[in-house]
Structures are given as structure tokens and as C-alpha cells.
Design a protein around this ligand. Sequence first.
Ligand code: GLA
Length: 385
Amino acid sequence: MTTKKLLEKVTSSFEEKYKSTPVLTFSPGRINLIGEHTDYNDGFVFPAAIDKGIVSGIQKNDRSTCSVYALDAKTTYEFDKNDLKPLENGTWRNYVLGVVFEVVKKQKLNANFDIVFAGNIPSGSGLSSSAALENSIVFGLNELFDLKMTKEEMIFISQKAEHDFVQVKCGIMDQYASMFGQENSAILLDCRSLESTIFPVDFKNHEILLINSNVTHSLAESAYNERRNVCEKIAALLHVTALRDVSKENLKSIENQLTHEDYLKGLNVLEENERVLEASVALKENDLKRFGKLLFDSHNGLQHQYKVSCTELDFLVDLARQDTTVLGARMMGGGFGGCTINLVSKEHISEFKANVEQLYEKQFSKKCSFYQVKLSNGTHRVCPS
Ligand code: GLA
């Protein structure tokens, strides 16, 4: 569904259900060119916002409770904004309630409110519909109550909601990219200082193709938190704040205090950070071959050292490796399912897709999906047309 349709759908549903006109916010999902599992190590990432995301409508009410309607799930949830606790794991409500909880902690809201939201990010695809939802709620509340929070304050509220209500100890990449994205550009982000450099992206005869494995693993969230714990354990052993401060020599010096598996995980974070910086140079110099090779190297590290890939993602990247019209490919996001990102020759893209479609189905008896996305602006208020 187009974003325009989504806006119309949310507006009419809001008007019908709550009999008032909402403040509308669009908040995009994200891709990441390179730099996986580096954000919570104070490292570097290279994401971009996309033209798919979440639209939320929000307006004050004069009732004694707040209410949120998930239009796609056709489910309403009523809540008291001053009495919120995380609900059972896995429910979308935690994203919304977590954000409201953080906002209420910091700001005085002089009324209750209603929310309707819907999205056009394929669910479970690893394109960060969660950050898009969180950002759309915090941004909408900021507009509605004129809270005067900065975008930076808002992304930390979204992240805290994910930590405390969703129980995923995520880094800042997704919320940042979704909030600060810029059209036709990717953002090289230093996750420690939040300094960013905008890179106009033009892959010339090549383009980005996302392939959704259509796999989601239920243990992904605990595996994510475990990875983060390993990184923090290594940093603590070396008496530094984060792996960002660690050199390969430092890591080597404590190798005998780590299991081999954990050593490789630490090493992968250091190497992935180097790859991000190298990829930004390659992009600046228009060296797409080198850029593509770094994508393949990144996948290799995530597969064999960091161990956050899965059979289906590896299969998709292997197909890309065997095809000379693909410059690079890797799994994208937290891992254990979701999409691969591929840099494919425009001229050969339909052949590549046809080939992958057929072989994937033959191998796993299920279909993969393809998305071509546009790099887009971050979270913003939308005026109804
Ligand atoms: C998820 C998290 C991000 C980041 C990626 C992996 O998307 O939300 O903070 O850690 O995984 O790079």
C-alpha cells in the first residue's frame, strides 16, 4: 500500500472511531548499508530511512482514559497514561505504552488522547517497523501537546521504550535513522557522539534490492541481548566503556580469558567498525566494487564470527556471491531472519530475481519476497491534503 493510501486510511478510521481530526505523523523504516551490531558498542553504522513506514494519527480526548487502535490488527487497547507497566512479551502494545510511559515521566500532559496507527512495512522483515512505531508516537505526542522536545530527546525515549517495555536492549541506529533520514541519502553515524555525515547515494548502474527470507526466529530477541552482554563483558575486562575503545591488540591480550566463540564475536565488532569506515570512503570515491566486497565480508563476519545469521539468509547471500551481476550482499539488521541487502546491476535485476525466486523456493519450499525501496526523509508531521 502506498503511503498516501495509508494516510487516508488512518485519517478516515480515526474520524470514524473518535469523531475528531488527528495530528498525522509518518515515520519511516530503515535499511542499513553496513555496520551491524556496532551501534550498542558505541561504533559506526551506515543506515538510511526508506519510503515505507508507520502512519499514526493522534488527538486529545475528554474521556478519563487513553486509547490506541492498531488498524492492521483491528485491535483497540484502552489505558491509563499514569499507570503503565510492560505487558506480555511480543505484543505491539509495549512499543506504544513504553513511549507514553517515558513521555509522561518527563512531561506534563494536560489531557488524555487517542491513537490510530497502521503501516506498510512488511512485518518481520527487519526493516525496523518497531522504531518507526515508537518514533511516530513520540513525535505525534510532541506535536499534539507542543512539548518542545528535540529529535534527539525523542529517539532516546523510543530507545528506552524498547529497552524497558519490549525488553530488547537495542542500540540507537534504528531510531536515529527513522527520525533523521534524508531523501536519497544514507547517514554515516558515530553512535557514541551521534555525529553524522550525510552521503548522497547514487549507485549509478546498480541498485539496492532487498530480499526478504520471510523467516523470523522466535529466539532472536534473547540472542540479541546475549550478544550485547558478551560485548559488554569484553569491554569490562579491558576496563573501557565499549568495544569502540578496543584495538585488535587489546582484544588479543585477553584472548585466554575468553571462550573462542566470544573472542570471535568481539573481533567481529572491531572488524565491522573498520568496514563501515572503509565503505564510506569507497562510496565517496565511487568505488562500488570495493563497497560491494565489504558487504560480502560483513556477511561473512556476521555468519561465522558473530553468529547472527541463519541458513536461509546464508543461502540468499551465497546466490548473490555466485552471480557476477551482484556487487555485494549481506544479511541486514539484528539477524536470524528478515532481509538481505543486495547491490545488483540494474540491467540484470529481473534475471537475478527470477533465479533467486526459483532456487529459494526449491530449497526451502517457501517464497522469498523482493523490495526496491527509495531512501527518504525521516519522521515528520503530515498535513492532510
Ligand atoms: C537491531 C537493533 C539495532 C542494531 C541492529 C543490528 O535492528 O534495533 O539497534 O543493533 O539490530 O545492527
